[in-house]
Design a protein around this ligand. Sequence first.
Ligand code: GLC
Length: 823
Amino acid sequence: MKPFIAIFFCVLGLVTVSSAQDITKLEKIGAVDSFTKSEKAVVFNCQDKSQVQVTVLAPDLIRIRASFAKPISAKDHSWALAKTDWTTPRWSLSETNDAVLIRTDEIEVLVHRSPLLIEFRDAKTHSLINADEQPMAYDAKGLLKDMMFDPQAGTFIAAAKKVGFDEHFYGLGEKAARLDKRRSSFVNWNSDTPGYTEGKDPIYQTVPFFTGLQNGSAYGIFFDNSYRSYFDFAKSSQQRIWFGAEGGELNYYFFYGPSLKKILNRYADLTGHMPLPPLWALGNQQSRWSYYPDTMVEEVVSEYRKRDLPLDVIHLDIDYMQGYRVFTWDRQRFRDPKALSEKLGRQGVKLITIVDPGVKYQPVAKSAGQITSITPELEPQDQRYYVFEQGVQQNYFQRRTNGDLFIPRVWPGESVFVDYTLPAAREWWGGLHRAYIDNGVAGIWNDMNEPSDFVDQTGKNQIDVVSYDEGAKSTHAKNRNVFAFLMARATYEGLERLRPNQRPYVITRAGYAGIQRYSTMWTGDTNSTWEALALNIPMFTTLGLSGEPFVGSDVGGFMGRGNGELLVRAYQISFLAPFCRNHKVIDGYDQEPWRFGKYYEDIIRKYLKLRYQLLPFLYNTLAEAHQTGTPLFRPLVLNYQDDRNTYNLDDEFMIGNDLLVAPVVKADVTRRLVYLPKGTWYDYWTNKKYEGGTTISADAPLESVPMFVRAGAIIPTGPELNYVGEKPVDPITFIIYPDDKGSASLTLYEDDGVSPAYKQDGFRRTTVNAARAAAGYTVSVSAPNGSYNPGPRKFRFLIKSAGPTRNVITVADDGTARSVTIR
Ligand code: GLC
């Protein structure tokens, strides 16, 4: 074989790794012998000594746990879960010769005895939702050992499900892939993958949760297993989908909708509702690897202000530290970090610092004196590095099985990683953030937490690294995928303790299911290319469908050289993404909004200003994500799940229920096709009305991204701002888009945007209804509920119609129910 052909096949072998696992050859779980019923669960004892436990958690949530050739372990721990104390709902059990039927008000679980096959059905219609294609299986003979990361650490396990002729699959967290995952397969193994392109897999995160949608009806499966896991959505065989992992338990949660929104709500109950970040986190953010010294940071900010571009946050990448030592400041570059943050604060700009997991490996120098300073982060660290020393003294760093410290190489050179599975180590790490908080830093950016290791990115160099893991003392095969999750948890909890009156704001690159409890996220090291830009939409929507609502991407792309057109089109997506941050690699071409000239800068300004005006709408939708798990940045299928035309729509998205956006993701394009679902739509720019259920051709010059508002919506907007809190949100303008009957409605959520008081009743909900009246429109406003008081302000109501806007009225918001007539 010619060398290049050999290389080709070798590469092909690597990328099709999951197709190579023939799960039909694995040992199948034995037939049911007997079963026992308890208050919450049924345990099936199998002929081969395996056990299967079916636990009823909620009417629409069932847990399946299986052990192979041994009893189910009494130990039951998961990092992902936020809720384990479910109140068991009403359920019943009945049996026939062939099967056992477990029934809640919403789901029927039919467990066939021989072979042991599980079927989920709708309890009301008895129609099939999902069924095993083969019994759950395990690699009893070690057939797959050769391809496993660590054959010693576990046994391959898998479950296979029948696949529908027209079944579509969504979720799996961060994947460099399109929205509909049908006919694709994926691996979960958190990996540092700079410059990834579509199809690269795995990348940074692991969220082993997906939904299946068929005939408008959806179910979800969360396979809570942190080992390297695999998902095949009818790629290697048209007969089945399957999921499996290289160890751990076959342990999954089955959700029944039938609506996707209901599943996401339940998934948020199970793995955690995203807490609300501070409102300023929705502000525009600017970053660079790296802005230094302090005067350059100030220059960037003053450039923003001079150019009348809104800005809330500036990020300090790795060069603010002394030789990349986390929790230190380079005093040559940043003479007085506190003075800097205060100075920026006066201009309405906050500082975020990057914090990587790699702690420089630095045994004490012989000539070193004592560490006496109470602000060691500001002292020279070349003789003694306080973070390394404290961690060693307390034995918080990861070690290999033989007891040696594990020493990877990252930015500081030789480094060590914290064992974040140790509660005391997490607490210590959280407390170290004092070095930032005391200096006025507002939020923390966690990076390189797959964890990246320059010695070897596959994890092989870490294979024998042991983590405490609740006393299990397990190795890397189990812990890699939760490393970032636990680091983010340590960070979040640290910020909560250090600044109890403020909401923490953390950003992460890697994560595991449940990461939304502790961190927001961004999609890592993208390219400044049109292909990478096109991926923004399916990646953001997919993350939203995986329980991670607060997402964004480096605006303009991280690596390579962009151009003005690409940057504008990138902002036309990200100006509505929760995380809107322009960021660039160290050797990339500058791409702050003004770098490509006035023409492009003017367009970017228009979108950034629009973002700030839309903040009440964005925050309202973010609050919905917090409460219900329904993300802000949505694929159309989430709002229109009965509409087949939305099932694989990759180049449109919606914000909440009301705003549909159809960006341009190709060069030199000024018109595009836009699919509008059933209903009436207003062109955002012209107010022209369209009847949906069809595809239209829309004008898309560089200046204007096609946007449509759902008739029946009310969009709450505020004043133009340079930064969040610059002035009171007064008036709040309610832009009313009447539907065919002349009505529209909205419930507006507000709170102080800063403190955790919203978790009690520190919020305000106001319902606004508009209806066509004999002469004009009647707008009624409910008395608000919740204890948050925004102070005196005005409400402005504005009715949109095809053609120029008419009908504006402004009234004082006096906190009472009232009605006004607009003629
Ligand atoms: C990683 C991050 C990137 C950052 C760089 C330097 O590549 O993904 O955002 O700029 O490290 O810290």
